[in-house]
Write a protein that binds this ligand. Structure first.
Ligand SMILES: CC(C)=CCC/C(C)=C/CC/C(C)=C/CC/C(C)=C/[C@@H]1[C@@H](COP(=O)(O)OP(=O)(O)O)[C@]1(C)CC/C=C(\C)CC/C=C(\C)CCC=C(C)C
Length: 445
């Protein structure tokens, strides 16, 4: 039996060096018919065993080493790599700047809103027009395959529990179908992030990201490369999840390969959408909207996007010093200038009154995004609200912690202490179960 080397982040599929090869354990699959394509195409399903997949173990050690390997283009980037990067840049720009017909280019916010409209339309479509022939339901998948898929989901759950314990506990409140799906998406996001943020980040080239994207496309076509992709493949069949946010997250990783400065908030917003707002858009179709909600689907997606942006902005503000040590400044250059600051001030890492004033402004903006997100949580299906509240409240408190550190995010890492975390979890629960009130999005317009 050919053993596909695991879902590891540094080797096997994630080395992205090879295309999926022949699989000894393929199964006859209806995915293509489900997707409206040819019937009975064989779905490539790599054989694997749990022993082949020391994924969690490897991820654990990677996580520990992560900060030492964080991102970046290796200093000794070869010419070939530079050429590749330029191609990547061109590709990214062609994905991003779509207005070549003489119209003024759209702002990042408008562009992202167009993605939202597309996602919302997918969810709003009556299930019949989305679903495929009823005789080809997912339960026609053979039992052995189902078992493999269940193991794949279990593996996703383990990774999630390891990396995001509170969130994992929250997912246990969701229906089993939803919980498994959100784990599968979590793992795909985590693997994608590890490409540029993990131990092999310096070896990641635009070509590798292109391969990762091809794998994504194949998973969406029902041809997963490994077991973790198989969990994603099934998830996107079951739920109205569009591929665009996934592609966009990879675009964010491309951006990280060649960009280390953001001229203004519009540029930073796009980056935040790519790497974090996308997570919100991927999650809503799984989490579901409360059947009693009067809010429009777009407004719920918008709130989900806002939570991703808020989280990423917070992440950036927390990590200013760490990022600067890698030569990266994820802060709007024009705003730094307005406060009389420059890159040199960031690299010097001294907390001055100018820095405090700048940080106050940035924190204020992040909080506005959190507020926008809060209104959307109320609209989610009631079983899905708890993990979202928990993640929102916990992340928002990082901003409080930056303030408590007197804005020293150069030498201090803001974090939420154990006790605060313990208190937050039940608070999040109460917010999740309290019946939605006048604060609903619909009521606020
Ligand atoms: C409930 C919930 C949080 C669901 C999201 C589940 C999910 C699929 C998470 C994937 C997260 C992930 C691995 C993203 C990869 C890119 C990345 C690393 C983004 C940064 C996250 C923090 O990660 P990290 O582990 O590095 O952080 P620490 O350094 O350990 O602090 C991000 C900052 C962004 C993550 C973005 C979200 C969690 C967005 C969540 C939005 C929703 C779930 C939508 C909720 C819906 C409404 C209507 C509000």
């Amino acid at each position: 039996m050919q053993s596909v080397s695991s879902g590891s982040l540094s080797s096997g599929p994630l080395s992205l060096a090879t295309e999926p090869e022949t699989c000894s354990s393929s199964f006859f699959c209806n995915y293509d018919r489900l997707l409206g394509r040819r019937q009975h195409k064989v779905l490539s399903f790599p054989s694997w065993s749990i022993e082949d997949l020391p994924f969690r173990v490897r991820m654990k050690s990677f996580h520990r080493r992560r900060k030492f390997f964080k991102v970046g283009v290796a200093p000794e980037v070869s010419e070939k790599k530079i050429a590749g990067k330029n191609n990547a840049k061109a590709q990214l720009m062609s994905n991003v700047a779509t207005d070549h017909d003489g119209r003024p280019p759209l702002s990042s916010e408008q562009r992202v809103y167009n993605v939202i409209l597309k996602q919302a339309a997918l969810v709003d479509k009556p299930p019949k027009s989305r679903s495929l022939p009823s005789d080809l339901a997912l339960d026609s998948i053979p039992v052995t395959t189902k078992n493999l898929l269940n193991e794949a989901y279990d593996r996703c759950g383990e990774v999630c529990a390891e990396y995001a314990k509170t969130f994992y506990l929250g997912t246990l409140l969701m229906t089993p179908e939803r919980r498994k799906a959100i784990w599968a998406i979590y793992v795909w996001c985590r693997r994608t992030d590890e490409l540029v943020d993990g131990p092999n980040a310096s070896q990641i080239t635009p070509t590798a990201l292109n391969r990762w994207e091809q794998r994504l496309e194949r998973a969406f076509e029902g041809q997963p490369y490994d077991m973790l992709d198989a969990a994603l493949a099934e998830t996107v069949l079951k739920f109205p999840v569009d591929i665009q946010p996934f592609r966009d997250m990879i675009n964010g990783m491309r951006m990280d390969l060649f960009k280390s400065r953001y001229f203004n908030f519009d540029e930073l917003y796009l980056y935040c959408y790519y790497v974090a707002g996308t997570v919100g858009l991927m999650s809503v179709p799984i989490m579901g909207i409360d059947p009693g909600s009067k809010a429009s689907t777009e407004s719920v997606y918008n709130a989900a996007l806002a939570l991703g942006i808020a989280n990423q902005l917070t992440n950036i503000l927390r990590d200013v010093g760490e990022d600067a040590s890698r030569g990266r400044i994820y802060l709007p250059q024009d705003e730094l200038e307005q406060f009389g600051l420059s890159d040199d001030d960031i690299f010097a890492g001294v907390v001055t009154d100018k820095w405090r004033a700048f940080m106050k402004d940035q924190i204020k903006r992040a909080r506005i995004f959190f507020k926008q997100a809060e209104m959307g949580v109320l609209e989610l299906d009631k079983d899905s609200r708890w993990p979202v509240w928990a993640s929102l409240l916990l992340y928002e408190q990082i901003l409080d912690s930056i303030e408590a550190n007197d804005y020293d995010n150069f030498t201090k890492r803001a974090y939420v202490g154990k006790w605060k975390k313990l208190i937050t979890v039940p608070v999040a629960y109460v917010r999740a179960v309290v019946p939605p009130s006048v604060t609903r999005l619909a009521a606020t317009g």
